[in-house]
Structures are given as C-alpha cells and as structure tokens.
Design a protein around this ligand. Sequence first.
Ligand code: ADP
Ligand code: MG
Length: 490
Amino acid sequence: MKSGWEIVIGLETHVQLATSSKIFSSSSTLFGSKPNKQANEIDMALPGSMPSLNSKAVEYAIKFGLAVGATISKNSVFERKHYFYPDLPKGYQISQFRNPIIKNGSISFCIDGEEKEVKLIQAHLEEDAGKSLHKNYNSGIDLNRAGVPLLEIVTEPIMRSAKEAYMYAKTLHNLVVWLGICDGNLQEGSFRCDANVSVRRSGSTTLGTRTEIKNLNSFRFLEKAIIFESNRQTQLIEDGGYVIQETRLYDSENDETRSMRTKESATDYRYFPDPDLQILNISNEYIEKLKNMPELPSNKRKRFESNYYISREESLQMTINIQTSEYFESVVKLIPKNSGKIAANFISQELSTLMNRDNKKISDIKITSNILALLINRVIDGSISNKNAKYVLSIMWEKDQYDIDRIIKEEGLDQIKDVSIIIEMIDSVISDNKHVVMEYLSGKEKAFNSLVGKVMKTSNGRINPSNINTILNERIEIFKKLDSYNTKSC
Ligand code: ADP
Ligand code: MG
C-alpha cells in the first residue's frame, strides 16, 4: 500500500451449508444435476407454496456460532429482502436482517508471527438464489441452487491488508469444513466472499467510502482484487476524484475490478418479517446439546502448544485441517514429548511440499504417521542427521519404499560413531583450510562455523553436529600447539 494510506476491509462470506435438502423445501441440494431437476414448487415460487424451515441448517448455524464464541439469538427472525432479478422468482430472498441467529464472535489467526483477531458482526441464515444460464444468444433460468441454505458471515471493517483478508478467509474456510457444516468446494461455489474495501489517510479515524467486490471464490483472487481495488481508490482520490459506493466485479484475466452497479441501501430492499415463517425460537437445552462437538481448532492449538511445546505458528499449521491435526497428534504420541517441533517441521515443510507438488491430501499419503514417527526417532537416537532424514523421506516418497533402516543402509546415511574416523575427517578439513583456522585463531568467531560446515559436507551430514563442535575444538587446539611449535623451530 502506498505510504500515507491505510486500507480498510470487511468481508461478507456466503457459506453453503452441507444439508442434503434445501433451507425451505425438500428438494435436493446436490450439485451438478440437469437444470431445474432439483427445484420444486417452493423453489420455483409457485403461488400458494409455503416454506418450511430445515432444522439441519439451524443446527449448523448454531454449531458455527458456538465455534466462534458468538451469541446465539433465542428468537431470530426471517425477513423478506426484496429485489428484482430473473433468478429470484419470488421477487424477494428470505434472509435475516434485524435479528440474525448469530451475533458477534471472532476468528483468530497468525500473520507475520502475530496473532490477529477478526471480530464478526453477525452470521445470518438465508437462501441462495438460482442462476441465469446463457447459450447461443438464449438465456434460461436454473433454479437448482435456489433455496440452498447459506450462512452469511459478516466481519467488522477491521482488516488492514489484503494478506489479512486472505488469512481470514482461509481460516474461516478451514473452520467450516472442520465443523462439517460446509463441503468447502470453492469451484462449486460452496464458499464465496464479497470484499468491502475502502481507503483512508493514515491516522484518520473515519471510514472512507467503500466498494464491494462480489463473489470471489478463490483466496488468491480475493487477495489480488483487494490490492487492485485499494490502489485504484488511492489513485482516484490523489487525482482529485472520489470513490462511488458501488458493487464491482473482479476480472481475474486482466487482474482488475470493474463497476457492476451502484449499491442499493437497506431501505431499497424493503425488509419486513416473512409472515410465512415463525420466529425461530431456540432453547438453552438445544444449544447445550450441540456443544458436544469435535474438539475445535482453537482448543487443539492451545493443547498442542502446551503438550508438545510447539509455537503458535506451528500449532496453526498443525490445525490447518482436521486430518493434519490427527496425523500430527499420532506422530507425536510415538516420539518423545519434547520433540513436537521436529514433527511439526517435517509435516509443514518436507511433507507438505511433496503433497502440494503431487496434489495429495494427508489422508491418502503412504508415509503414515507410524513411518514418520520412526524416521524422527532415528534422528533423535542419533542414527541419522536431521538433514539426511529429510532425504530419506524424499526417497520413500519417490521410490514408494518405506523400509527406513534399509534406505539408511543402502544410501550410506547412518551417523559415523567411530571417533578415529571423525578425527581423520576433521584433520583433513583443518589441513586443507589452514587459512580459515588461522582466521578463527586470530579472533574471527565465524570462521569456526565455516569449518563446521566443511566437516558436515565432507561427511555428507553423517556426523552429529555436537560431536563435530567438540572434536573440532580439540583438534584446533592441537593444531595451534603444533603450529606454534613449527613456527618456533623454523
Ligand atoms: P450492507 O448493509 O450494505 O451490506 P453492512 O453495514 O452490512 O453493509 O456492511 C457490510 C460489510 O462491509 C461488513 O463486512 C462491514 O465490515 C463492511 N464495511 C462497512 N463499511 C465499510 C468501509 N467503509 N470500508 C470497508 N468495509 C466496510
Ligand atoms: Mg450486508
């Protein structure tokens, strides 16, 4: 961001809830069937049809509310939000406005080593709209999506960079998938973000006029759209213009946002309570029952940090999804308790690089938690170096062979324990690098590390670093004595 300016971002995320039927009708929510095969009289808004609320959607919304520490409304209200659009045959969308089911709550994540808490304003239940389809100059309406339950999660205007928005969206995505309330499929539109963006001069306390970039269904596009839009607004104001409150779309091919329409205000929607639906009363007993759910990522993080001595950043990586957290925990149960960091490191770096490259999920890799634990134990018991263990991991992956001890043997990676061999190697490094030894002896501490590096290289990482330090020190002492003896005798 240009210096002297600050970006302000608030996100509205539409999360499709993973119920098998729609929010107000019994039609299936399955994605991808032929147009209008999953639209009944309620979804098509035939006269006289009446909505009836799907309790599963309510259950999922409450689960979300509990997971983000929100207040669950005991008497929320469904309202009609009026607007005209061909894919909305009723002429209104059933949504919540004045009294949403979820209020407040927050979502936290780590960014550049610091924890950031994004406060939520609310999360409300509503129905998805249909879709307009265009083919050969003809247009048609597909109402299969009409009535799919949505939970719209709205943040305060609290984020200050595109990266923060990216991290928030990713964390939220992980959470709803973790809770099992959304399938998280971005391509199929199960998770769509609208980004509200404004800019203001640094130090200003009032909000600038915002624009809203609609329907971003990729984390990268979300980030890029915000960067483009904030730069556009800053330039516009610096050139003497002003921002118009409007809805924009992001064109990923040209990496730019374009105006779609000026934004309606709440009064234009003429909200009023839907007379076809009752007030949604929720009892304390029901909420209590739902509290019994899988351990939440936030809780798991805290537990991992204190039980396995890993950092915040590492615990965030280990709870990126439920499968990773389970994999990590089964590894650490098989290695010494204070070695959690090594496990986190292997999983978030080597393993995750290989998984990303080959497009694999942690649940379908062949390096099971047992295998990784054995490899880590080989590092801990001093059989191989950490570096060589990473090499063994890559061999297992590439060659589809999982006998660790055999690989160590075949590749000659086991640690050299014979001190006479270590001394021989160190002495040869000393004699080949006398000038470096002299630099060290004349007070240049760093020269020592360079010698350690050379010994590591000569031994192909097969000597334990602490052994190198001790023996190298001893051998340099001897070299010093010999050298001064030689100098004197000349
Ligand atoms: P609307 O009713 O038009 O949808 P809301 O008040 O519900 O507007 O806000 C929608 C989203 O826009 C929220 O996430 C909020 O944080 C964000 N927002 C509101 N004003 C601004 C602003 N000036 N800059 C950035 N985001 C904003
Ligand atoms: Mg809104």
